[in-house]
Ligand binder design. Sequence first.
Ligand SMILES: NC(=O)c1ccc[n+]([C@@H]2O[C@H](COP(=O)([O-])OP(=O)(O)OC[C@H]3O[C@@H](n4cnc5c(N)ncnc54)[C@H](O)[C@@H]3O)[C@@H](O)[C@H]2O)c1
Length: 433
Amino acid sequence: MDKLISLRGEIDRIDEALCRLFEQRMAASAEIAAWKREHCVPIRDAKRESELLARNLERISDPDLRPHYKTFQQSLMACSRAYQAELIGQDPAALMTVSTSQGSYPVYLRRGALSEAADLLDLHRRVFLVTDDGIPPAYSRMLAAQCGELISCVIPQGEASKTLAQLHTLLQQMLDAGLTRCDCVLALGGGVIGDLAGLAAALYMRGIDFYNVPTTLLAMLDSSIGGKTAVDLGGVKNTVGTFWQPKAVLIDPDVLATLPLRQLSNGLAEAVKMALTHDPELFARFEDSTGCGPVEDVIAACLGIKRAVVEADEREGSLRRVLNFGHTLGHGIEAAARGRLLHGECVALGMLPMCAPAVRERLVPALERLGLPTYVNREEIDPEAVLAAVVHDKKAAADGIMTVFVPRVGAYELQAVSPRALRERLETLYSAS
Ligand SMILES: NC(=O)c1ccc[n+]([C@@H]2O[C@H](COP(=O)([O-])OP(=O)(O)OC[C@H]3O[C@@H](n4cnc5c(N)ncnc54)[C@H](O)[C@@H]3O)[C@@H](O)[C@H]2O)c1
């Protein structure tokens, strides 16, 4: 009996020490959670967990104890994950959570995510899937197989589909299919599909659930979060729209395998935009002649920047305007190019005149490396047409057009620029040719 009492005493002392160590471990875990939220790193790191397990198992000298230690270590890691998820209000499987006035939503980013859609999204209801005819049907089939009741709508690819007429068609199909407020819209595509299907979801019965599954790089790293939805009107982009946040965003970088190279470059232009205004390290990746590293890392870095901006200024009161860097002239160039240039290509061009000379010197080779244009010629892009579109786009031209300027990599300032000064800056894109 004495022996039992003494052994239990020993267990009590060890447990007491373990309690202190547990507290220390969880305190470190909490700091890691905050860091992960800020840097947009998922809570679960399967590689780190398996390395930790292997290393610690080796430290257990008695082989008979190893399976028991394994159980202990695994439950400790699960406990850490759950604690981190609770602290930052995030699904442990998600890359991040975006918090908005319309609620918070998870963003899932991982290869193969398309095949796990039903585990991550609530598809056990009527699902109105919107996609376009340029997206490989295999992706919609993969989603369709996981949906309760599916109504599928394939629209013609391209910006020309972002119209009130196409929106009307979608809404009518939703009504004909008997969609109720409990059902959802699932957008599978690039920015065009996200903007259009998101708007349809926002309007139908005053708003139903909307899931965004971006399939272009541009949509993955930019348009999929933030809740901006719109169609164009009379040739003017994004004139009719609203803010409608998705219920969740599911990003599977594997689908980029079928995306044409030019579309990949197009998406990277928006990544360069975010790097230039916010993240010198990310910008350095684009200058690296060996490539910018895994695309998931670029997507996660950009989404981290965009989330911070969107959370601070959900409805583009002021701060969110920084996301328009390169877009003032970019939109003008896009209008004047009449479909010859992609949106990202125009943003790439639009950024160049809006940087300090030292930044421009670094930006030109970076854009060239990414396959993006750095100059235009007068025969193809009429500078007067660019300016006319810019002034039309920004009606407040009398007080100067609000633009974003980058004085050094990782910083930005808002500047009111007169149409004349803007015309002079635009000229630098021609003199470079
Ligand atoms: N809402 C926002 O915050 C926001 C932000 C930026 C841009 N946008 C909008 O996004 C739109 C541009 O989006 P985009 O660049 O994704 O273009 P997009 O949606 O037109 O897609 C480009 C092309 O790629 C094809 N495609 C898409 N995924 C594919 C895949 N995985 N494999 C093969 N082909 C594929 C499409 O069929 C299409 O032809 C513009 O209308 C712009 O206004 C919105």
